[in-house]
Design a protein around this ligand. Structure first.
Ligand code: MCN
Length: 787
């Protein structure tokens, strides 16, 4: 059907989800199913001296209890997947469950299995563990100090990795007209999707086959890793991601619990389910960010930025998680110069082990941190030279004519018109008038702030040879099969694994438009390693740019074959056929035509195919992109800070994003809204807080403030469309734009509002208490030290 790509179409997955017909991991019930619960360490750092499970085993309904030592004999530990090249990474081997030592509060030490969930939970209270508590270290800078408690005895100074890119001699900064230096803290956040994690495993002792249903964003990666860990060949291991209630990156990681559930199901020869509790989720699902970023930005008095040097000290948590090493290094470091033509850049990242929950990707992964530091740096620089921050951006942004543009870290930005998005956003917000209003209101003792963030981010993750070069233990291409049934109805198989994005709708739009059939005739199949041969899942905003491209190419191949059959039946040359709105028409000869559905039947019946052609109408594509895609845009927000309470109110938020060709503006806007809500959440409210002994003090929704709808004005969105040349859809990713652009937009706005108080910088989250203190203390209220 024509006009589907680019149309505002409601999500086809919603009727099922909003009528309670979604099918999530915890909805799975299998005959004879047992339930697992994990005992977790109350200490952040302790030696396990003794575990006694005898009382737990006596509890009626308890089937088994396995300690870390028991499990270690039956499976391997889950490894990380990104061994960043050139970083001297020390990925420490770990046991699936802790055996001798625990390294963070919440680390699992034993698993109880029982006839029902509550008995399994009760059994945990009867397990006796004798711990010897050891001194813990939670901050990454403290962990690097001499004499700090060591997590892994053979990792001196807890230093897991050192990654460097670029070098700038000191003279560049010594001789620069202006140098701005700032220490920024990108605090630790907890992703908190609505559905917590979970897994159900079923083992067939006869065939040796295992199925694991789990809350994953990338079932094929889980299959690859759990196959190795459990010693079950990939050909006998099936991973299914049923409906997944949000992930935001936290469900990329391959976790120990899911694999342990498989291990105990095999051991007990009965299906086993584990459903994570919210309090477990706070402690045991990966956190993100937690990076201390020190910047030095050099430039000229007339507003040209000339060199940027960045040091990132990143908290990796107690162990290296799946993509944990890649986020503060490659994902962060390659994008530090943002949307600007800063000719020289250098980055060094220290990745540090601490007695905290491991950190990993979260909607953005490295790019929000990169954007935060450069966007804050631009504002600090503008303030230093007394220039409007918009003017500094205009002067330094990559010009439209410069694309493809190579940044100093070696990334080639595919396409862009950065000034266009900025101009549009300024117009939408009414920048000039706002500045005047701000002045007026200041005279009345009201503190309005305007914050700008012009971002570019790296998405799509390709080609695979680059993934290899940067130490990623996998590919980043994507797979799609388009299968046409005799009726002309279509199944599309994709290796991406959506978990809230609406991909069933957007991919259906692409296929239906190309084939000229109704969207209802297209079913998108995802999340099952048995029906989809291979794929690399959903993260890094790759679904549309990489997965969607594979879908488009496979669909084109189907059309190509159908055309050959039509030409054969109509006895004309293929070149004489035009394909439009689902009909192969002989050019200029009305009535001489075949419909797509007729060709589906012909291909499948195979009564009269061209010589040598195989039956059926099905095509596959394995698309490995030639480059990443680089969405960009300009976000501007207006805040008002209450001079008496320090409360920050978000008054307006304008987002102009360019993600190349937009497949479905309604879904794209939804992604922008969701991302901005999370980004504003990080700027103003969210933050994981640990006590000195490594206890997570913000371990419930009472202590960890998630963004709420009532805190937001209507978000004003718009798109410009600069197609990407690296995929046939011309599309770039959109899912991470909001979390990338919003934190600096909000922080810049709050600092702008606090200008009369001499406040230059405050750590996120910009809580009323912190802002209030800063207003009274001449700008000092940071708390980076008590991470
Ligand atoms: N889209 C579009 N046109 C484009 C690009 C995208 O219309 N040019 C629309 C499509 O509907 C697509 C959606 O936006 O389904 C997101 O597509 P894309 O940006 O390609 O990103 P991903 O699906 O790879 O997800 C990106 C990002 C990531 S990395 C996570 S994790 C994530 C997310 O965005 N988790 C989410 N969005 C989420 N949204 C929800 N509701 N829940 C999550 O857990």
């Amino acid at each position: 059907m024509a006009g589907l790509i680019g149309a505002r179409i409601k999500r086809k997955e919603d009727p099922r989800l909003i009528t309670g017909n979604g099918h999530f991991t915890d909805d799975i019930k299998l005959p004879g199913m047992l339930h697992a619960a994990f005992l977790r360490s109350p200490y952040a750092h302790a030696r396990i001296k003794r575990i006694d499970v005898s009382e737990a085993l006596k509890l009626p309904g308890v089937t088994a209890v396995f300690t870390g030592a028991d499990i270690a004999k039956k499976m391997k530990a889950v490894p990380a997947m990104w061994f960043v090249t050139g970083s001297d990474l020390k990925p420490k081997p770990r046991s699936p469950l802790a055996v001798d030592k625990v390294l963070y509060a919440g680390e699992a030490v034993a698993v109880a299995v029982a006839e029902d969930r509550y008995t399994a939970r009760d059994a945990l209270d009867l397990i006796v563990v004798e711990y010897e508590e050891l001194p813990a270290v939670v901050g990454q800078e403290a962990a690097m100090q001499e004499g700090a408690p060591l997590l892994h005895e053979d990792v001196p100074n807890n230093l897991a990795l050192v990654w460097k890119a670029g070098e700038i001699p000191d003279e560049v900064f010594e001789q620069a007209e202006v140098v701005v230096r700032q220490r920024l803290y990108n605090q630790r956040v907890i992703p908190n999707p609505m559905e917590t994690r979970g897994a159900v495993a079923q083992y067939n002792p006869g065939s040796g086959e295992m199925t694991i249903w789990c809350t994953t964003q990338n079932p094929h990666i889980h299959r690859m890793v759990y196959s190795e860990v459990l010693g079950i060949p990939e050909s006998k291991l099936r991973i299914i991601a049923p409906d997944v209630g949000g992930g935001f990156g936290a469900k990329i990681a391959t976790y120990t619990e899911e694999a342990v559930v498989g291990c105990v199901a095999r051991e007990l020869k009965r299906p086993v389910k584990w459903a994570e509790e919210r309090s477990e989720h706070f402690k045991a699902t990966t956190h993100a960010r937690d990076e201390v970023i020190e910047i030095e930005l050099a430039g000229t008095r007339d507003g040209i930025m000339t060199a940027l040097r960045v040091k990132n000290t990143a908290n990796l948590g107690a162990y290296l998680s799946t993509f944990g090493a890649g986020c503060p290094t490659i994902d962060f470091g390659l994008m530090v110069t943002g949307a600007y033509t800063i000719p020289q850049a250098a980055v060094v990242t220290y990745g540090v082990y601490t007695n905290t929950t491991p950190t990993d990707a979260y909607r953005g992964a490295g790019k929000p941190e990169a954007t935060f530091q450069i966007e804050r740096a631009v504002d600090l620089f503008a303030r230093e030279i007394g220039m409007d921050p918009v003017e500094v951006r205009r002067k330094n942004m990559v010009q439209k004519e410069a694309f493809p543009y190579s940044n100093p870290m070696g990334c080639v930005y595919d396409s862009g018109d950065y000034h266009l998005t900025l101009d549009k956003a300024l117009k939408m917000i009414g920048y000039e008038e706002l500045r005047q209003e701000q002045e007026e209101l200041r005279k009345q003792g009201r503190y309005i702030g305007i914050g700008v963030s012009t971002y570019v981010e790296l998405c799509g993750f390709g080609p695979s040879k680059v993934a290899g070069a940067i130490g990623f233990q996998g590919g980043v291409w994507e797979n799609s099969t388009v299968r046409v049934h005799p009726s002309g109805k279509v199944n599309v198989y994709t290796g991406t694994s959506p978990h809230g994005q609406g991909t069933e709708t957007s991919f259906s739009q692409v296929v239906a438009e190309k084939l000229g059939i109704p969207m209802e005739d297209v079913e998108i199949i995802h999340g099952d390693t048995q029906s989809i041969s291979m794929g690399w899942g959903t993260y890094g905003s790759r679904t549309t740019a990489v997965g969607g491209a594979a879908v488009a190419i496979a669909t084109d191949r189907v059309i190509e074959k159908a055309k050959k059959i039509a030409a054969h039946e109509l006895e004309v040359a293929e070149e004489d056929l035009e394909f439009s709105a689902g009909v192969f028409q002989v050019a200029g000869v009305p009535g001489q035509a075949r419909t797509f559905q007729e060709m589906a039947k012909s291909a499948n019946f195979a009564w009269n195919l061209p010589e040598g052609m195989e039956p059926s109408l099905e095509a596959q594509s394995f698309f490995d992109p030639s480059n990443f895609v680089y969405p960009f845009g300009a976000h501007i927000c207006v805040v008002e800070v209450d001079g008496n309470t320090g409360q920050v109110e978000l008054k307006r938020y304008v987002a102009v994003d360019d993600v190349g060709r937009v497949i479905n503006p309604m879904l794209a806007e939804g992604q922008v809204h969701g991302g901005i809500a999370q980004g504003v959440g990080q700027a103003l409210w969210e933050g994981a807080v640990y006590g000195e002994n490594g206890q997570l003090l913000s371990g419930t929704f009472m202590d960890y403030t998630m963004p709420k709808a009532r805190f937001f004005p209507t978000i004003e969105t718009a798109f410009t469309e600069t197609p990407s040349p690296v995929n046939p859809l011309g599309a770039k990713g959109i899912g991470e734009t909001g979390t990338t652009a919003a934190p600096p937009a909000v922080a810049n706005a709050v600092m702008d509002a606090l200008r009369p108080f001499g406040v230059k910088d405050l750590d996120m989250p910009l809580t009323p208490e912190k802002v209030w203190k800063a207003m009274r203390n001449g700008g000092v209220a940071n708390d980076t030290e008590c991470i």
